[in-house]
Design a protein around this ligand. Structure first.
Ligand code: NAG
Ligand code: NAG
Ligand code: NAG
Ligand code: NAG
Ligand code: NAG
Length: 446
């Protein structure tokens, strides 16, 4: 019987597609239907399984609850396993301390999984790294301790393992002023010697990939929980010299409102994995993943509301949708057409809310639940939201992060039930608020 099953899977394997939809900024749930809590995450592949380690921010607090562990074979379908690391009272990983950006490597010499994380006190004054070990990927991990690498600060950090089984700590040091890359010992328990120091670089949130013998470092700058334009640096050696910083996305978008947490090779390209932090409700922070494409010669984020990923084939493709301009809709109340060259068609609809609405009357649907991206501007320093009603149905509320200026356009996704053929979609806001200025929507087939 077993033999038959094996033969059957071999026969069917090539027919099974590993293509999955990735929708940046959507609410990602696990196979139990719970929101994925794995912020500031790190990834490790063991056999055909991917492990996602991250901060469980269910309590909406910066304080330590757990390092979660999720498993997947396609990077989209995630199953939560037992927590990898749990609080221990009276230590630097108690529930009154901070454990962030967990990253795990497999140490082949000891046949052991080694987790490193940013270990800190609640006011981020301790600036340490923590180390924990386990014999299986999800652990549970045994905490070894927290320390300052080579006696210096370490806050945001990542790990990088070179192809000769030498690993490095990437970290924001010296009060986040200098960024350091320091080699680990052969056990991966401690640091040994500095490979590089990027003096005055003020970098956070690092990640690294090696491609064609070149090391690419990705990092944000320092702006608290607010996003900023993340950068890349390239060198043929971990000892440098490193190139001058360069953008991975148009600066005004502030990396599409995200901060790097990990970068994973994908064929001849990579995946940018970021966090869209929401400081006032940390557990509602979202994941923002995009293709990082090298076809221009340097890594650039491909902005795609919906994209298909086949991690095993190492490929991605951008899903195309149908665009509807907001200004082509029917306005009511205080809603007004705004003109500016930054808007698609140079127009958008503003003053949605406080009685103002816009209705798009001719949105073609496929008779199913479909992704719709709302392109909008929100020049406030705080988040807005918009209400959506499809064919007069119940209200869906969509959060609209600030876009960093009234003429900077970002998109947020929402899944809407569209009927086959023509749909009528009304955008407004709760009576007392204004929604973001709506530029256009794009309706996707999946
Ligand atoms: C965290 O915030 C979310 C969103 O406001 C809320 O639903 C949830 O109850 C909060 N969790 C806790 C533990 O307060
Ligand atoms: C791997 O390469 C780096 C950089 O050349 C070197 O410093 C390190 O010692 C090497 N590790 C081993 C185990 O050979
Ligand atoms: C790490 O190595 C340094 C020497 O480079 C040593 O002083 C320190 O005690 C070590 N830390 C741990 C946790 O082993
Ligand atoms: C326009 O907005 C104001 C509040 O700013 C509100 O008092 C008024 O009723 C609105 N007008 C309409 C037609 O909804
Ligand atoms: C919607 O946005 C307004 C600010 O425009 C905010 O006051 C309100 O709390 C938000 N509503 C929700 C449910 O987040």
């Amino acid at each position: 019987m077993l033999a038959h099953i094996a033969v059957a899977s071999l026969l069917f394997a090539p027919l099974v597609t590993a293509q999955v939809d990735i929708v940046a900024g959507a609410t990602w749930t696990d196979t139990s239907g719970n929101v994925i809590q794995a912020h500031g995450g790190g990834f490790l592949k063991v056999g055909s399984t991917f492990y996602w380690f991250g901060e469980d921010k269910t309590l909406n607090s910066t304080l330590f609850k757990a390092v979660s562990c999720y498993t997947s074979t396609d990077l989209a379908t995630w199953t939560r396993q037992s927590d990898a690391l749990s609080p221990i009272s009276g230590t630097m990983i108690s529930t009154s301390n901070v454990v962030e950006r967990p990253k795990v490597l497999f140490n082949a010499k000891n046949s052991e999984y080694v987790m490193w994380f940013h270990s800190d006190t609640s006011n981020y004054g301790a600036a340490m790294v923590g180390v924990a070990t386990a014999k299986s990927p999800c652990g549970p991990y045994a905490y070894k301790g927290s320390f300052k690498p080579l006696g210096a600060d370490s806050r945001d950090m990542g790990l990088f393992e070179d192809d000769n089984q030498t690993a490095y700590l990437l970290y924001a040091s010296d009060n986040n002023q200098n960024f350091k890359i320091t080699q680990l010992d052969s056990n991966y328990y401690n640091v040994t010697t500095e490979a590089s120091v990027l003096n005055g670089a003020t970098l956070e949130a690092p990640g690294m990939v090696k491609k064609n013998g070149q090391y690419y470092l990705f990092a944000s700058h320092t702006s608290g929980w607010d996003p900023n334009p993340n950068k890349f640096f390239v060198s043929s050696s971990l000892s440098g010299p490193w190139s001058a910083q360069a953008d991975i996305a148009p600066e005004a978008t502030r990396t599409y409102f995200s901060q790097n947490n990990f970068d994973m090779l994908l064929g001849s390209n990579a995946i940018y994995m970021g966090d869209r932090w929401r400081e006032d409700v940390l557990g509602s922070s979202r994941y923002v993943w995009y293709p990082l494409d090298w076809s221009s010669g340097s890594p650039q984020i491909v902005h795609a509301d919906v994209w298909k990923l086949d991690i095993n084939a190492g490929t991605y493709s951008v899903v195309q949708g149908m665009t509807y301009e907001a200004e082509s809709g029917t306005l009511s109340g205080n809603a007004t057409i705004l003109s500016d060259s930054s808007f698609s068609g140079s127009k958008a609809v503003g003053y949605l809310g406080n009685g103002g609405t816009v209705t798009l009357n001719n949105v073609q649907g496929l008779g199913k639940s479909q992704w719709v991206a709302l392109y909008y501007a929100n020049g406030d320093s705080t988040w807005r939201n918009t209400t959506i009603s499809v064919n007069g149905g119940s209200i869906v509320l969509v959060d609209q992060p600030d876009t960093g200026g009234g003429h900077v356009i970002l998109s947020v996704p929402v899944k809407l039930n569209l009927q086959q053929g023509t749909n009528r979609i009304t955008f407004a806001s709760n009576e007392n608020y204004y929604a973001g200025d709506l530029d256009k929507i794009i309706v996707y087939p999946s």
